[in-house]
Design a binder for this molecule. Structure first.
Ligand code: HSE
Length: 380
């Protein structure tokens, strides 16, 4: 297969290097800002107008011009493969429509879970089974922060700094620590697993930046650890989805997922729960998933969603969870939901009864001085 590569950063270099060792793959052109080799170009038209190139692989990241380049590639009759979850979660519907119009592929296995073959297996399962729920730890940066806060007794700030030094977290870590990266991967999982395009506005998202060492202590005292988890469930035609910190039992897969690893799972009515762990980012793991998409195209797989994939509103009204909550002692938390409560200094620690997820997000979803975590992780 002859490919054009858009971007030669970390992932692009991984694809380039793996392709140079694969006898079935040839990188004909590489689009980048500067020309370092004869195959490199700085004009997208040199890639999309090259009749020899069958597939365009996008590893440049960002929304623009990635979206315009993707459209150009599809309109010029190229298959399109990407690792860009921001692009797919924002313009996936439009890109899929363009790909179907031109009879070309639109695949994005590496955009959720980096090197983990999660979306590909989820797609295969959806074709023979009915997926009832899915989720997991979809962000390595936050997992590194949470697991090292616990294992090395670090503050949030110290763990974040280490994550930045190790290259896991960006200089501006907000999309990771605020849960947006996890949410985008959950959107892709909903499209693949439930054939449903969901809008980001509909998904309640709580990240980890409010966490404190007191929360880690609470989790230890209750034989749990804290992880940032995505969750989605399809029941009676209603699709629930949310992202929040969870207290995970010590014998759970989530607790065993340490450092910057990811763990994604789905549950099918016939197959039961299937879990996938591994590197959710990085040069070669992510590039491997891109190469697997290229192989899939060769075997005739062009799309990750069926032609029945359609928009669906998120409805969390039936989601009931109990929570651990830490907030300032003066905060007026509704008594009806409280099972246990104690005050220490200016902090109040609450265990709630099962309560609607939507209500928890209404109460504390934007509260900067509170931390909350779901009490029973859902995958087990
Ligand atoms: N920032 C992401 C993470 C990179 O930490 O998981 C992979 O999508």
């Amino acid at each position: 297969m002859k490919i054009g590569l858009l971007g030669k950063g970390t992932i692009g270099t991984g694809v380039f290097n793996l392709a140079s060792k694969a006898d079935w793959l040839e990188v004909c052109k590489v689009l980048d800002k500067k020309i370092e080799a004869s195959c490199m170009v700085t004009d997208i038209n040199a890639v999309v107008n090259d009749h020899g190139i069958e597939t365009v692989v996008e590893t440049m990241g960002g929304l623009h011009p990635a979206c315009e380049y993707a459209m150009k590639a599809l309109e010029n009759g190229k298959h399109f493969v990407t690792a860009n979850k921001l692009l797919v979660s924002t313009y996936g519907q439009e890109l899929l429509a363009a790909a179907r119009r031109h009879g070309k592929a639109f695949l994005y296995s590496a955009a959720c879970g980096g090197g983990i073959p999660f979306l590909r297996n989820l797609m295969a399962a959806r074709e023979v089974d009915s997926i009832s729920s899915l989720g997991g730890i979809l962000n390595g940066t936050t997992n590194y922060i949470l697991s090292s806060m616990r294992s090395a007794d670090l503050s949030y700030e110290e763990a974040l700094l280490n994550a930045q030094k190790l290259g896991y977290a960006e200089r501006d870590p907000s999309s990771d620590v605020d849960g947006l990266d996890t949410m985008r991967k959950l959107m892709l999982s909903c499209a693949v697993g439930f054939n449903s395009f969901v809008k980001p506005e509909g998904i309640p998202v709580r990240g980890i930046s409010q966490i404190d060492t007191q929360d880690i202590e609470y989790s230890k005292a209750h034989c749990c650890s804290i992880r940032l988890c995505a969750y989605s469930e399809m029941k009676d035609g209603r699709l629930a989805a949310y992202v929040q910190p969870e207290l995970c039992r010590l014998n759970s897969h989530e607790n065993a997922t340490v450092s910057n690893l990811n763990y994604a799972w789905y549950k099918g009515q016939s197959c039961g729960t299937m879990g996938f762990g591994g590197q959710g980012a990085g040069m070669y793991p992510t590039a491997t998933n891109i190469l697997a998409d290229l192989k899939a195209i060769e075997s005739g797989i062009l799309y990750m969603t069926s032609d029945k994939c359609s928009p669906l509103q998120i409805d969390n009204s039936r989601q009931m969870r109990s929570y651990y909550v830490r907030l300032e002692s003066g905060f007026d938390f509704p008594e009806d939901f409280i099972e246990e409560s104690c005050v220490s200094g200016n902090q109040r620690f609450i265990t709630t009864r099962a309560m609607p997820v939507a209500v928890m997000f209404e109460l504390l979803g934007n509260e900067k001085k509170a931390f909350f975590a779901g009490k029973e992780v859902q995958s087990c």
